[in-house]
Structure formats: C-alpha cells, structure tokens
Design a protein around this ligand. Structure first.
Ligand SMILES: *Cc1c(COP(=O)(O)O)cnc(C)c1O
Length: 388
C-alpha cells in the first residue's frame, strides 16, 4: 500500500480543501469492513498446498460469502484459482465478468428457462436429477457440466442407484458431464460416522465413471486429509478465514469495526437500550457504537442471550450491554482506561482479536450466516499488497 503525500511546493492550507478531505479515506461512519485480499490469496494457496495433487477451486456463492465477487474473484485468480463454484446462475454471470477463462459451476443446477445465461456466460450446471441431465443435454448438447451424487445428505443430487443407471447411459456424454461431485454433511465433525460412510459411497464413483474427475471436499473436507481430496477440492469458508478449519490456522480476512459515537455514565440500577432488558449493577461507563443489526451484526448477539458477544477496543475486550439496535450497540467500558475510549475511536466487532465465529455463536448461529448477512450499508474497504 502506498500513501499519497502532498506536493512540497503547495502552500500551507489553513483549511483542507474538499479534494484533500476526500483523500483522507472513504466515507465510512457505520460498520467498516476491511477485507484483506492478500490474506485471502494466502489462505487459498495454503488450502491448495494441503490438497496437493488435487486442483483447488474457490467457492464464491452469496457474493463471495458477503465480501464481494468483484474483488474476491480477481484476487483468487491472481493466486492461481481457475475453477469457481457459485449457487446461482446470476452469480455465475457476475463471476464471468472477472474471470473470462475460468470454469464456473452452478450448484443449484440447470434452470432451463435461463438457458441463454448459461450459454452466454459459459456456465456449467451441477446436475442433480435425471430429467435435469436430459434437459441440459437437449438444450446444450455436449456443453460441459457436473453431476451431483447424493451420498447421504439428502439435499441435491441423484441417488446411488440413479448414478449407477446413468453411468451406463450415453446421456452422460451428451450432457457433457466431466465432473462428479458430492457434498459432506458433517465434515466439521470428523468423528461423525456419516463422514466416512459418505466417502465410502463416493469412492464407488471411480468405477462407475472412469475418466471423470471427482470432487467431495469443502473446507472441512480439505482438512480431513488426502483420502477426501480426489481430483478437485471446493473450499469456501476457510478461504475467508472462517472457523470451519479446526486443524489449521487460516488468516483473518475480514475485520469489522464501528466507531464510538458517545461515552456516558450510567448509574447503578439503570437499564440500557430497548426493552430495558439489562440493568447495570454498579455505576458504569458505557460506549455507544455506530453499528447495529441493519449492518448485519445480529440482534441475537445481544447481551441478554446465553453467550454475550464481546468487542475489542484499544487493547481491551469489552462486553455488549443490552440489546443491539438497528444502528447502535452499547458496550460496557467501566473497566477500561478512559483515555482509550473516546468518541471517534474504532472498536473491532470481529477480526483478528474477536473471532467471527464467536460473535456468530453468541447469536446462536455460525460464521457463514454472519458473513453472508453483512448488509450493503456496511462500507467495504479492500487491502491488496500485491497490487500496490
Ligand atoms: C458451500 C459449498 C461448499 C463450500 O463449503 P465451505 O464449508 O464453505 O468450505 C462446497 N461445496 C458445496 C456443494 C457447497 O454448497
């Protein structure tokens, strides 16, 4: 990152002109998300190295887990990623803008009324039932696709019996199937018996579909080891620094911050925020931060739940107080040094010191939901050391 400096010859300004004010940084007053694209690229390379021998794809559904397809796809391409998975064809069309030569798979399958979009953006549907395979073969004969085989999740995909029948059917070639995938239901609980059962069932695809590439592993599956890697791995959350990677440290990619708007004293016995759901039991000092559930910081993470979310301010951790409101949240800073908590100071809601998954857990959910629910109001700032 380079910083612009002013010309030495310019006269000393008493008041910064508007252009300089603009140069001081993007307008970010509410939730500020800093996305470290360099760390993202390193995470992807780490996963690719772990899966050595298999190709490593990038899963960029839901606008790259809330971080922005327009910035994440070029960063992953620069890191070496050549295959992307999205959920929807419109996401695939967007990825195509930024990855003209990549293979783009659409996990929701083939929606035949939208065939023109698949055709124009060269999208590859992941086909999950026989009629859908036939529809693709009929509309786009020979165009590449993938077949989804259900090995125990009972969501999308053909059954093992249907896979066996299809394997002997010329339809598979007319439909351009070149990749066979399945999805693990419990890969983040390695001891779960279903994980090994799914792997055993999936391994039968080697004999059923000789010459086709196979793919089973999501992020947690990459961490399960080489038996789960087959020909292609499909990590999502671990690329973004989320917690579904119990066996290796991924770097933090997203840091969410909000600034202190006001610091106030609240006498013992008074309640804080909507519903007066939390009363302070000592004379307290609270800081009110300028972000709330409208930014995607979940209301369920409020201090009244079983697990209280925390923020980091200065070098200290402070708990939430009362309910998260639409645009505001309060934290208890009674025990923090006064000089470190002033209006304008930024607090980390999640990032390198407060795990996104700990906030999600306080809200009774997972990091995936918190990331993909970050709202459009939040300002996204991208850092990329590789592109100056
Ligand atoms: C979302 C998804 C992935 C990526 O999962 P992570 O847990 O984020 O790594 C891989 N494969 C399929 C089919 C998916 O739906």
């Amino acid at each position: 990152m380079t910083e612009r400096t002013s010309q030495p010859s310019s006269p000393p300004a008493t008041e910064a002109p508007a252009s300089e004010a603009r140069a001081s940084g993007p307008l970010a007053s509410g939730l500020r998300l800093t996305v470290d694209l360099t760390a993202l690229g390193r995470n992807w390379k780490k996963l690719a190295a772990m899966a050595e021998g298999a190709e490593c794809a990038g899963v960029v559904k839901a606008d790259a887990y809330g971080l922005g397809i327009d910035r994440v796809v070029p960063a992953l391409s620069a890191a070496g990623c050549r295959t992307f998975f999205v959920a929807l064809p419109e996401e695939g069309v967007r990825v195509r803008e930024f990855a003209p030569d990549a293979a783009i798979y659409v996990l929701c399958g083939f929606l035949s009324d939208l065939v023109v979009h698949y055709s124009e953006a060269k999208l590859r549907p992941v086909l999950g039932f026989r009629d859908e395979v036939e529809a693709w073969a009929g509309s786009m004969p020979g165009a590449p696709s993938a077949l989804h085989v259900d090995t125990g999740m009972n969501r999308l995909g053909v059954t093992l019996e249907e896979a066996e029948a299809l394997s002997a059917d010329p339809l598979i070639e007319r439909a351009g199937v070149e990749l066979v995938i399945s999805h693990l239901a419990c890969a983040d609980e390695p001891e779960h018996p279903l994980t090994a059962r799914q792997r055993a069932r999936f391994s039968e695809m080697r004999e059923l579909f000789p010459g086709k590439r196979l793919s089973l592993a999501n992020s947690a599956g990459v961490h399960l080891g080489p038996h789960y890697h087959y020909d292609l791995v499909r990590p999502g959350i671990a690329v973004y620094g989320g917690a579904s990677h119990p066996f290796a440290e991924m770097e933090t990619v997203v840091t969410a911050e909000a600034r202190v708007l006001q610091v106030r004293d609240v006498p013992a016995g008074e309640a804080v925020g909507y519903g007066a759901v939390q009363t302070v039991h000592r004379d307290s000092r609270i800081a009110v931060l300028g972000a709330g559930y409208a930014d995607g910081y979940q209301r369920a993470a409020s201090a009244v739940g079983p697990r209280n979310a925390r923020v980091r301010i200065g070098n200290h951790i402070a708990p939430l107080l009362g309910r998260v409101s639409m645009d505001l949240m309060a934290i208890d800073v009674t025990d923090l040094p006064e000089e470190e908590v002033r209006p304008g100071v930024w607090a980390e809601l999640f990032g390198p010191h407060v795990a996104v998954d700990s906030v999600a857990a306080a809200a009774g959910t997972i990091g995936y939901e918190l990331l993909t629910g970050l709202s459009r109001r939040a300002t996204r700032i991208y850092r990329d050391e590789t592109s100056g």
